[in-house]
Design a protein around this ligand. Sequence first.
Ligand code: KIV
Ligand code: ZN
Length: 403
Amino acid sequence: MIPDQVLFLDTTLRDGEQSPGCSMNVQEKLRMAHALEALGVNTIEAGFAIASEGDFRAIEAISHEVRGPGIASLSRARREDIQSAARALDKARCSRIHIVLASSDIHLQYKLKITRGEALEQADSSIRLACTYFDEVEFSPEDATRTDPDFLCQMVAVAIDAGARIINLPDTVGYSIPAEYGAIFEMLRSRLPQVAGITLSSHCHNDLGLAVANTMAAVAAGAQQVECTINGIGERAGNAALEEVAAAMMVRRDMFPCSHSIVLDRLYATCQLLPEIIGFGPPPNKAVVGCNAFAHEAGIHQHGVLANPLTYEIMDPSSVGAPTHRIVLGKHSGRSALAHRLEELGVSLEASDLEIVYRRFTELADRRKAIFDQDLLALVSGHLRKRPHSEQALMIEKVAHTS
Ligand code: KIV
Ligand code: ZN
Protein backbone atom coordinates (compact mmCIF):
# COMPACT_ATOMS: atom_id res chain seq x y z
CA MET A 1 0.00 0.00 0.00
CA ILE A 2 2.89 2.39 0.77
CA PRO A 3 3.90 4.02 -2.52
CA ASP A 4 7.37 3.40 -3.98
CA GLN A 5 7.84 7.11 -4.43
CA VAL A 6 6.49 10.17 -2.61
CA LEU A 7 6.36 13.53 -4.38
CA PHE A 8 6.65 16.77 -2.42
CA LEU A 9 4.50 19.78 -3.33
CA ASP A 10 5.67 22.80 -1.38
CA THR A 11 3.01 25.42 -0.74
CA THR A 12 5.05 27.83 1.41
CA LEU A 13 4.54 30.51 -1.23
CA ARG A 14 0.77 30.01 -1.35
CA ASP A 15 -0.82 28.43 1.74
CA GLY A 16 2.20 29.40 3.83
CA GLU A 17 1.92 32.96 2.68
CA GLN A 18 -1.71 32.96 3.82
CA SER A 19 -0.49 32.93 7.40
CA PRO A 20 -0.64 36.31 9.17
CA GLY A 21 2.58 38.30 8.77
CA CYS A 22 4.03 35.97 6.12
CA SER A 23 3.33 37.82 2.90
CA MET A 24 6.25 37.97 0.48
CA ASN A 25 7.00 40.25 -2.46
CA VAL A 26 8.09 39.01 -5.88
CA GLN A 27 11.82 39.10 -5.10
CA GLU A 28 11.32 37.33 -1.79
CA LYS A 29 9.21 34.61 -3.39
CA LEU A 30 11.83 34.15 -6.09
CA ARG A 31 14.59 33.76 -3.52
CA MET A 32 12.58 31.19 -1.63
CA ALA A 33 11.63 29.37 -4.86
CA HIS A 34 15.32 28.96 -5.78
CA ALA A 35 15.95 27.49 -2.31
CA LEU A 36 13.01 25.10 -2.72
CA GLU A 37 14.39 24.00 -6.06
CA ALA A 38 17.77 23.29 -4.45
CA LEU A 39 15.95 21.40 -1.70
CA GLY A 40 14.55 19.08 -4.37
CA VAL A 41 10.80 19.63 -4.12
CA ASN A 42 8.86 18.28 -7.08
CA THR A 43 6.31 21.09 -7.37
CA ILE A 44 6.25 24.64 -6.06
CA GLU A 45 2.81 26.13 -5.54
CA ALA A 46 3.93 29.69 -6.19
CA GLY A 47 0.73 31.58 -5.43
CA PHE A 48 -2.84 32.28 -6.47
CA ALA A 49 -2.57 34.07 -9.80
CA ILE A 50 -5.86 35.92 -9.76
CA ALA A 51 -5.59 36.97 -6.11
CA SER A 52 -3.27 39.92 -6.68
CA GLU A 53 -0.98 41.57 -9.18
CA GLY A 54 1.98 40.68 -6.95
CA ASP A 55 1.07 36.99 -6.86
CA PHE A 56 0.57 36.96 -10.62
CA ARG A 57 4.02 38.50 -11.19
CA ALA A 58 5.64 36.15 -8.69
CA ILE A 59 4.21 33.08 -10.41
CA GLU A 60 5.31 34.47 -13.77
CA ALA A 61 8.85 35.22 -12.54
CA ILE A 62 9.24 31.85 -10.82
CA SER A 63 7.97 30.04 -13.94
CA HIS A 64 10.58 31.87 -15.98
CA GLU A 65 13.55 31.35 -13.65
CA VAL A 66 12.98 28.13 -11.72
CA ARG A 67 13.18 25.29 -14.19
CA GLY A 68 13.60 22.17 -12.07
CA PRO A 69 10.30 21.67 -10.22
CA GLY A 70 6.87 22.01 -11.74
CA ILE A 71 5.18 25.33 -10.91
CA ALA A 72 1.58 25.53 -9.76
CA SER A 73 -1.02 28.23 -9.24
CA LEU A 74 -4.10 27.87 -7.11
CA SER A 75 -7.42 28.61 -8.81
CA ARG A 76 -11.09 28.54 -7.96
CA ALA A 77 -13.33 26.55 -10.29
CA ARG A 78 -13.91 29.62 -12.43
CA ARG A 79 -13.00 30.54 -16.00
CA GLU A 80 -11.36 33.86 -15.07
CA ASP A 81 -9.15 32.19 -12.41
CA ILE A 82 -8.09 29.46 -14.82
CA GLN A 83 -7.23 31.91 -17.58
CA SER A 84 -5.28 34.13 -15.20
CA ALA A 85 -3.30 31.10 -13.98
CA ALA A 86 -2.65 30.08 -17.59
CA ARG A 87 -1.14 33.49 -18.38
CA ALA A 88 1.00 33.49 -15.23
CA LEU A 89 2.28 29.95 -15.89
CA ASP A 90 2.83 30.43 -19.60
CA LYS A 91 6.65 30.10 -19.36
CA ALA A 92 6.73 27.24 -16.84
CA ARG A 93 8.67 24.14 -17.88
CA CYS A 94 5.85 22.10 -16.35
CA SER A 95 2.69 24.02 -15.46
CA ARG A 96 0.11 22.87 -12.98
CA ILE A 97 -3.23 24.34 -12.03
CA HIS A 98 -4.62 23.46 -8.64
CA ILE A 99 -8.38 23.87 -8.73
CA VAL A 100 -10.17 24.02 -5.42
CA LEU A 101 -13.92 23.68 -4.94
CA ALA A 102 -15.69 23.06 -1.65
CA SER A 103 -17.31 19.68 -1.18
CA SER A 104 -18.60 19.70 2.43
CA ASP A 105 -22.24 20.65 2.93
CA ILE A 106 -21.28 23.35 5.40
CA HIS A 107 -19.09 25.08 2.78
CA LEU A 108 -21.56 24.55 -0.07
CA GLN A 109 -24.50 25.85 1.92
CA TYR A 110 -22.99 28.78 3.81
CA LYS A 111 -19.99 29.84 1.77
CA LEU A 112 -20.74 29.10 -1.89
CA LYS A 113 -24.54 28.87 -1.54
CA ILE A 114 -24.77 26.23 -4.23
CA THR A 115 -26.20 22.72 -4.30
CA ARG A 116 -24.19 19.53 -4.51
CA GLY A 117 -25.33 19.13 -8.12
CA GLU A 118 -24.12 22.62 -9.01
CA ALA A 119 -20.77 21.89 -7.39
CA LEU A 120 -20.38 18.75 -9.49
CA GLU A 121 -21.15 20.74 -12.65
CA GLN A 122 -18.62 23.43 -11.71
CA ALA A 123 -15.94 20.84 -10.99
CA ASP A 124 -16.59 19.13 -14.32
CA SER A 125 -16.60 22.23 -16.52
CA SER A 126 -13.66 23.96 -14.84
CA ILE A 127 -11.44 20.87 -14.99
CA ARG A 128 -12.33 20.30 -18.65
CA LEU A 129 -11.39 23.91 -19.42
CA ALA A 130 -8.16 23.65 -17.39
CA CYS A 131 -7.08 20.55 -19.30
CA THR A 132 -6.83 22.69 -22.45
CA TYR A 133 -4.21 24.98 -20.84
CA PHE A 134 -1.94 23.11 -18.42
CA ASP A 135 0.47 20.19 -18.34
CA GLU A 136 -1.04 18.98 -15.06
CA VAL A 137 -4.44 19.47 -13.45
CA GLU A 138 -4.83 18.94 -9.71
CA PHE A 139 -8.22 19.05 -8.05
CA SER A 140 -9.02 19.59 -4.36
CA PRO A 141 -12.48 18.99 -2.90
CA GLU A 142 -12.07 21.58 -0.17
CA ASP A 143 -12.91 20.44 3.38
CA ALA A 144 -12.72 16.84 2.13
CA THR A 145 -12.45 15.45 5.65
CA ARG A 146 -15.84 16.92 6.66
CA THR A 147 -17.51 15.88 3.41
CA ASP A 148 -20.14 13.16 3.21
CA PRO A 149 -18.10 10.13 1.99
CA ASP A 150 -20.60 9.23 -0.76
CA PHE A 151 -20.53 12.77 -2.11
CA LEU A 152 -16.72 12.90 -1.85
CA CYS A 153 -16.54 9.77 -4.02
CA GLN A 154 -18.99 11.31 -6.48
CA MET A 155 -16.99 14.52 -6.75
CA VAL A 156 -13.66 12.74 -7.14
CA ALA A 157 -15.18 10.51 -9.84
CA VAL A 158 -16.39 13.60 -11.74
CA ALA A 159 -12.97 15.26 -11.38
CA ILE A 160 -11.12 12.22 -12.72
CA ASP A 161 -13.59 11.82 -15.57
CA ALA A 162 -13.10 15.49 -16.50
CA GLY A 163 -9.31 15.02 -16.67
CA ALA A 164 -7.77 15.77 -13.25
CA ARG A 165 -4.78 13.49 -12.69
CA ILE A 166 -3.87 14.61 -9.18
CA ILE A 167 -6.56 14.41 -6.52
CA ASN A 168 -5.73 16.21 -3.30
CA LEU A 169 -7.79 15.55 -0.16
CA PRO A 170 -7.41 18.62 2.04
CA ASP A 171 -8.00 18.48 5.75
CA THR A 172 -8.82 22.15 5.37
CA VAL A 173 -9.64 22.88 9.00
CA GLY A 174 -7.26 20.40 10.64
CA TYR A 175 -10.17 18.33 11.93
CA SER A 176 -9.09 14.82 11.08
CA ILE A 177 -7.12 12.33 13.13
CA PRO A 178 -4.55 9.99 11.56
CA ALA A 179 -6.51 6.72 11.36
CA GLU A 180 -9.54 8.51 9.96
CA TYR A 181 -7.53 10.50 7.40
CA GLY A 182 -5.74 7.38 6.14
CA ALA A 183 -9.10 5.61 5.86
CA ILE A 184 -10.38 8.26 3.43
CA PHE A 185 -7.57 7.42 1.01
CA GLU A 186 -8.31 3.72 1.38
CA MET A 187 -12.02 4.31 0.84
CA LEU A 188 -11.42 6.16 -2.43
CA ARG A 189 -9.14 3.42 -3.72
CA SER A 190 -11.57 0.68 -2.85
CA ARG A 191 -14.70 2.41 -4.12
CA LEU A 192 -13.32 4.04 -7.28
CA PRO A 193 -11.31 1.77 -9.59
CA GLN A 194 -10.38 4.83 -11.71
CA VAL A 195 -8.24 6.13 -8.81
CA ALA A 196 -5.64 3.48 -9.78
CA GLY A 197 -4.07 5.73 -12.42
CA ILE A 198 -4.25 8.88 -10.31
CA THR A 199 -1.83 10.59 -7.92
CA LEU A 200 -3.52 10.93 -4.54
CA SER A 201 -2.27 13.79 -2.42
CA SER A 202 -2.45 14.84 1.23
CA HIS A 203 -2.84 18.40 2.47
CA CYS A 204 -3.09 18.80 6.23
CA HIS A 205 -3.62 21.74 8.54
CA ASN A 206 -2.37 21.80 12.08
CA ASP A 207 -5.34 23.02 14.13
CA LEU A 208 -5.07 19.98 16.43
CA GLY A 209 -1.30 19.67 16.06
CA LEU A 210 -1.81 16.60 13.87
CA ALA A 211 -0.80 17.87 10.42
CA VAL A 212 2.39 15.82 10.16
CA ALA A 213 0.84 12.74 11.80
CA ASN A 214 -2.07 12.92 9.36
CA THR A 215 0.31 13.34 6.43
CA MET A 216 2.27 10.25 7.46
CA ALA A 217 -1.02 8.34 7.83
CA ALA A 218 -1.95 9.36 4.30
CA VAL A 219 1.38 8.09 2.95
CA ALA A 220 0.90 4.85 4.89
CA ALA A 221 -2.49 4.60 3.18
CA GLY A 222 -1.01 5.11 -0.28
CA ALA A 223 -0.82 8.89 -0.89
CA GLN A 224 1.88 9.55 -3.50
CA GLN A 225 2.08 13.31 -2.99
CA VAL A 226 2.39 15.32 0.22
CA GLU A 227 1.66 19.03 0.40
CA CYS A 228 3.74 20.84 2.99
CA THR A 229 5.28 24.17 3.93
CA ILE A 230 8.66 25.14 5.29
CA ASN A 231 8.57 25.49 9.10
CA GLY A 232 4.89 24.50 8.87
CA ILE A 233 3.72 28.06 8.22
CA GLY A 234 0.18 28.43 6.87
CA GLU A 235 -3.40 29.41 7.56
CA ARG A 236 -4.22 29.55 11.30
CA ALA A 237 -2.09 26.91 13.05
CA GLY A 238 -0.24 26.17 9.82
CA ASN A 239 0.33 23.28 7.45
CA ALA A 240 2.30 20.04 7.69
CA ALA A 241 5.96 21.02 8.05
CA LEU A 242 7.98 19.74 5.10
CA GLU A 243 11.13 19.24 7.17
CA GLU A 244 9.24 17.09 9.68
CA VAL A 245 7.63 14.91 7.04
CA ALA A 246 10.96 14.41 5.24
CA ALA A 247 12.79 13.70 8.52
CA ALA A 248 10.09 11.23 9.59
CA MET A 249 10.50 9.39 6.31
CA MET A 250 14.26 9.29 6.83
CA VAL A 251 14.24 8.23 10.48
CA ARG A 252 11.39 5.73 10.02
CA ARG A 253 12.53 4.24 6.74
CA ASP A 254 11.49 0.93 8.21
CA MET A 255 7.87 2.15 8.04
CA PHE A 256 8.20 4.34 4.92
CA PRO A 257 10.55 2.63 2.49
CA CYS A 258 9.70 5.10 -0.29
CA SER A 259 12.01 7.19 -2.42
CA HIS A 260 11.74 10.96 -2.70
CA SER A 261 13.86 13.77 -4.08
CA ILE A 262 14.34 15.94 -0.98
CA VAL A 263 18.00 16.79 -0.33
CA LEU A 264 17.82 16.14 3.39
CA ASP A 265 20.93 18.01 4.42
CA ARG A 266 19.51 21.19 2.91
CA LEU A 267 16.50 21.17 5.23
CA TYR A 268 18.05 23.24 7.99
CA ALA A 269 19.40 25.94 5.67
CA THR A 270 16.05 26.23 3.88
CA CYS A 271 14.22 26.52 7.20
CA GLN A 272 16.71 29.22 8.26
CA LEU A 273 16.22 31.18 5.06
CA LEU A 274 12.45 31.56 5.47
CA PRO A 275 12.69 33.57 8.75
CA GLU A 276 15.21 35.87 7.05
CA ILE A 277 12.51 36.64 4.51
CA ILE A 278 9.34 36.77 6.60
CA GLY A 279 10.91 38.07 9.80
CA PHE A 280 10.05 35.29 12.23
CA GLY A 281 11.24 31.78 12.78
CA PRO A 282 10.00 28.61 14.43
CA PRO A 283 9.85 28.29 18.24
CA PRO A 284 12.96 26.85 19.95
CA ASN A 285 11.27 23.50 20.56
CA LYS A 286 10.23 23.08 16.91
CA ALA A 287 11.02 19.52 15.75
CA VAL A 288 14.03 19.03 13.45
CA VAL A 289 15.02 22.69 13.00
CA GLY A 290 14.22 24.54 16.26
CA CYS A 291 17.31 25.76 18.12
CA ASN A 292 16.63 23.23 20.90
CA ALA A 293 15.94 20.31 18.56
CA PHE A 294 19.40 18.89 19.29
CA ALA A 295 20.11 20.59 22.63
CA HIS A 296 20.50 18.64 25.87
CA GLU A 297 20.19 20.15 29.31
CA ALA A 298 19.46 17.32 31.72
CA GLY A 299 22.50 15.68 33.29
CA ILE A 300 21.40 12.13 32.50
CA HIS A 301 20.83 13.05 28.86
CA GLN A 302 24.10 14.96 28.58
CA HIS A 303 26.03 12.06 30.02
CA GLY A 304 24.35 9.72 27.51
CA VAL A 305 24.85 11.98 24.50
CA LEU A 306 28.50 12.56 25.32
CA ALA A 307 28.98 8.78 25.54
CA ASN A 308 26.98 8.09 22.37
CA PRO A 309 24.58 10.56 20.68
CA LEU A 310 22.25 7.70 19.72
CA THR A 311 21.18 7.47 23.36
CA TYR A 312 19.05 10.61 23.08
CA GLU A 313 19.11 11.57 19.38
CA ILE A 314 17.07 9.74 16.77
CA MET A 315 18.86 11.44 13.89
CA ASP A 316 22.30 12.87 13.36
CA PRO A 317 21.86 16.68 13.25
CA SER A 318 24.16 16.79 10.21
CA SER A 319 21.77 14.52 8.28
CA VAL A 320 19.33 17.45 8.09
CA GLY A 321 22.14 20.00 7.82
CA ALA A 322 21.73 21.22 11.42
CA PRO A 323 24.69 22.18 13.62
CA THR A 324 25.91 19.44 15.89
CA HIS A 325 24.15 18.85 19.23
CA ARG A 326 24.48 21.49 21.92
CA ILE A 327 25.16 20.65 25.50
CA VAL A 328 23.28 23.39 27.34
CA LEU A 329 24.35 24.06 30.88
CA GLY A 330 21.52 24.62 33.31
CA LYS A 331 20.31 23.51 36.69
CA HIS A 332 19.69 19.94 35.49
CA SER A 333 23.19 19.47 34.12
CA GLY A 334 25.69 17.06 35.60
CA ARG A 335 29.41 17.10 36.34
CA SER A 336 30.35 15.40 33.07
CA ALA A 337 28.66 18.13 31.01
CA LEU A 338 30.33 20.85 33.06
CA ALA A 339 33.74 19.19 32.74
CA HIS A 340 33.16 18.71 28.99
CA ARG A 341 32.31 22.38 28.43
CA LEU A 342 35.25 23.54 30.56
CA GLU A 343 37.56 21.31 28.54
CA GLU A 344 36.19 22.84 25.35
CA LEU A 345 37.12 26.21 26.89
CA GLY A 346 40.64 24.93 27.59
CA VAL A 347 40.18 24.39 31.35
CA SER A 348 40.83 21.04 32.94
CA LEU A 349 40.24 20.66 36.66
CA GLU A 350 41.25 18.14 39.27
CA ALA A 351 38.28 16.11 40.55
CA SER A 352 38.22 17.97 43.88
CA ASP A 353 38.22 21.39 42.14
CA LEU A 354 35.54 20.25 39.73
CA GLU A 355 33.38 19.21 42.67
CA ILE A 356 33.56 22.68 44.25
CA VAL A 357 33.04 24.51 40.97
CA TYR A 358 30.12 22.19 40.20
CA ARG A 359 28.46 23.06 43.51
CA ARG A 360 28.77 26.78 42.83
CA PHE A 361 27.56 26.23 39.30
CA THR A 362 24.34 24.52 40.48
CA GLU A 363 23.73 27.38 42.95
CA LEU A 364 24.08 29.88 40.13
CA ALA A 365 21.99 27.78 37.72
CA ASP A 366 19.16 27.70 40.26
CA ARG A 367 18.96 31.47 40.11
CA ARG A 368 19.52 31.99 36.38
CA LYS A 369 17.70 31.01 33.16
CA ALA A 370 20.94 30.66 31.19
CA ILE A 371 24.57 30.07 32.05
CA PHE A 372 27.13 31.50 29.66
CA ASP A 373 30.79 30.60 29.16
CA GLN A 374 31.77 33.84 30.88
CA ASP A 375 29.90 32.71 34.00
CA LEU A 376 31.71 29.38 34.02
CA LEU A 377 35.09 31.00 33.61
CA ALA A 378 34.29 33.44 36.40
CA LEU A 379 33.32 30.56 38.70
CA VAL A 380 36.52 28.69 37.96
CA SER A 381 38.84 31.65 38.29
CA GLY A 382 37.02 32.74 41.48
CA HIS A 383 37.68 29.32 42.95
CA LEU A 384 41.31 29.04 41.83
CA ARG A 385 42.17 32.61 42.81
CA LYS A 386 41.85 31.60 46.42
CA ARG A 387 45.12 29.73 45.99
CA PRO A 388 48.32 31.76 46.20
CA HIS A 389 49.98 32.43 42.80
CA SER A 390 47.51 30.34 40.84
CA GLU A 391 48.74 30.53 37.24
CA GLN A 392 45.67 28.76 35.97
CA ALA A 393 43.42 31.40 37.58
CA LEU A 394 45.38 34.14 35.84
CA MET A 395 45.18 32.32 32.54
CA ILE A 396 41.42 31.82 32.87
CA GLU A 397 40.88 35.46 33.76
CA LYS A 398 42.73 36.35 30.58
CA VAL A 399 40.52 34.02 28.54
CA ALA A 400 37.42 35.45 30.24
CA HIS A 401 38.46 38.98 29.32
CA THR A 402 39.21 38.20 25.72
CA SER A 403 36.21 35.95 25.00
O1 KIV B 1 -6.59 23.83 3.03
C1 KIV B 1 -7.12 23.80 1.91
O2 KIV B 1 -8.23 23.28 1.73
C2 KIV B 1 -6.41 24.42 0.83
C3 KIV B 1 -6.90 24.12 -0.53
C4 KIV B 1 -6.74 25.27 -1.43
C5 KIV B 1 -6.21 22.90 -1.06
O3 KIV B 1 -5.40 25.04 1.03
ZN1 ZN C 1 -4.57 24.56 2.96
